[in-house]
Design a protein around this ligand. Structure first.
Ligand code: BG6
Length: 491
């Protein structure tokens, strides 16, 4: 197969993402034989490194990851080359061009190349236009761009970035990463919905009362204060990961499993998202910021005390919201989302709550009613639970909730591939299904922009409003309570 033979250029090769995710993923693909011997990696970054220093760093990153390192590491490392790179200097691009040509020859690669932008976002546009003007993207093979988040800071900056990128790459050559789309159980949403006769017919407003998507983190902002304080949870998590999960839960069945068909359905779902009106933001969205608290018996900093964070920061580290989707399938069904730092645990879960039956013969009192739930465990465990009602083992005719659990990661722990591994491989194969189309990015930004504008113009007076190790501010419960619902526990 000629098609997976390629040169991958990583801009930002000395950075954290390359070290933690990309090198281990590339190694895994190599070990599994998904990469032929005909590939080469060019690490480009500002530092003056030799190929050897680069290779040592790649080796360390692989050894530090959980992967089993086999003897073939040395052979693997021969595919890695380093280029000291100045993103605004033409000669850097000429050097890159020459190096790629040499590697094409050395590894017998038919001119296929991936440009992976894993560095400070302010240079994404610059790099793309230099690549184009120095003809690095002009090749007899294919040329693709993988671009990390953040894709802009709001709709306007995202549009500008997109225009810059489109000068050098066509839409179908641009692979916008949302690493949630590489998660095993996020990819499984589609299968659970469309491959099961016991769910597909019920997946609508006649049978579902509400859907809850929670992505909580126990860590604080760590060493990313500089970035995060200008972003906040809404931009950092809601604009991308949360809305992507909502789109997968809400979309219509695609005609076929092609990139075009799947993304078209997701785009349609996002188009049906009811736009926020400024005056409604306070009713539909809640923001929070963590204060101090105890984690594992140790006192931890509040957000405003973290490094590189403004001591009066009004940035939200927690968001909860209620989304409505105005189409035939979903009219009247709230989708609740919440995400935040310094919450009780690291967990991403989706709860689908089904409506009550019109009459239940077994209810003795209101308290005993338990709606059916389908719970999709995205992380840390991967799997599914279904909550049904069964008979209580007793003489009385009472019912009791019965929980059926399936943990897929427990069966296959070692083999669950990392999100990045799958996404990188998809890009090598030219499959953009699990990357975000520009229309998805722009629709998500326009939804989120209204909320950020309102928030920017009204500084919260109650920050910090939740303690570390909690499920966020109490007011987020009210969002659901007003509709007669409550958040289902995440563990
Ligand atoms: C990133 C955010 O996109 O996703 C981080 O920038 C967040 O702030 C991370 O911690 C969460 O990803 P995961 O895979 O750990 O749930």
């Amino acid at each position: 197969e000629e098609n997976n033979k390629c040169v991958i250029v990583i801009f930002g090769a000395t950075g954290d993402l390359a070290k933690r995710k990309l090198f281990p993923s590339i190694y895994n693909l190599y070990k599994k034989g998904s990469l032929s011997e005909n590939f080469a990696i060019v690490g480009a970054a500002r530092r003056e490194w030799s190929d050897n220093t680069f290779r040592e760093n790649v080796a360390t990153s692989i050894q530090d990851s959980k992967i089993n390192v086999d003897a073939d590491l040395d052979d693997f490392l021969k595919h890695f080359h380093y280029l000291s790179f100045d993103v605004t200097n033409t000669s850097s691009y000429q050097n890159l061009h020459e190096l790629i040509n040499e590697l094409d020859e050395q590894f017998n690669i038919p001119g296929n190349r991936i440009f992976y932008m894993a560095m400070a976002p302010q240079f994404f546009g610059t790099i793309a236009s230099y690549l184009k003007s120095n003809e690095v993207t002009t090749t007899i093979g294919w040329s693709r761009l993988i671009i990390e988040k953040p894709f802009g800071h709001n709709l306007e900056s995202a549009q500008k970035l997109n225009i810059d990128l489109r000068e050098a790459f066509a839409e179908d050559e641009i692979y916008r990463i949302d690493h949630y789309l590489g998660k095993e159980m996020v990819q499984n949403i589609e299968v659970i919905r469309f491959a099961n006769a016991i769910f597909e017919p019920l997946w609508n407003n006649r049978y579902i009362s509400n859907i809850q998507v929670t992505s909580s983190e126990s860590l604080g902002v760590e060493d990313r204060g500089g970035y995060y304080d200008h972003a906040g949870a809404l931009r950092d998590m809601v604009q991308n990961h949360m809305l992507q999960m909502v789109a997968l839960l809400a979309m219509e069945p695609p005609n076929r499993l092609t990139t075009e068909e799947v993304r078209t359905e997701k785009i349609k779902a996002l188009r049906a998202l009811r736009p926020m009106k400024s005056e409604d933001v306070d009713r539909y969205f809640v923001r929070g910021q963590y204060g101090r608290g105890m984690v594992n018996g140790k006192e931890v900093n509040g957000y405003r005390e973290e490094s590189n964070v403004d001591p009066n920061s009004a940035t939200e580290t927690f968001v909860a919201g209620k989304l409505l989707i105005d189409n035939f399938r979903w009219a009247g069904v709230p989708f609740y989302i919440r995400t935040g730092k310094r919450m009780t645990e690291k967990s991403t879960k989706i709860v689908i709550e089904f409506k009550e039956l019109p009459m239940n013969l077994y209810y003795k009192s209101k308290d005993e009613m338990h709606p059916n739930l389908l719970i999709i465990h995205i992380q840390q465990d991967e799997g599914l639970s279904i909550v049904l009602n069964g008979k209580k083992v007793a003489l009385s005719g009472e019912t009791t909730p019965v929980k059926l659990d399936y943990c897929s990661s427990c069966q296959d722990v070692l083999n669950t591939p990392e999100a990045y591994e799958k996404l990188l491989y998809d890009c090598i194969l030219g499959d953009a299904t699990n990357f975000t189309h520009w229309d998805e990015v722009s629709l998500s930004w326009s939804f989120v922009d209204t909320i950020s504008k309102v928030w920017e113009n009204s500084i919260p007076t109650d920050f910090p409003n939740y303690e570390a190790q909690s499920m966020g501010p109490k007011i987020s419960d009210k969002l659901l309570a007003d509709d007669g619902f409550h958040w289902w526990p995440i563990s």
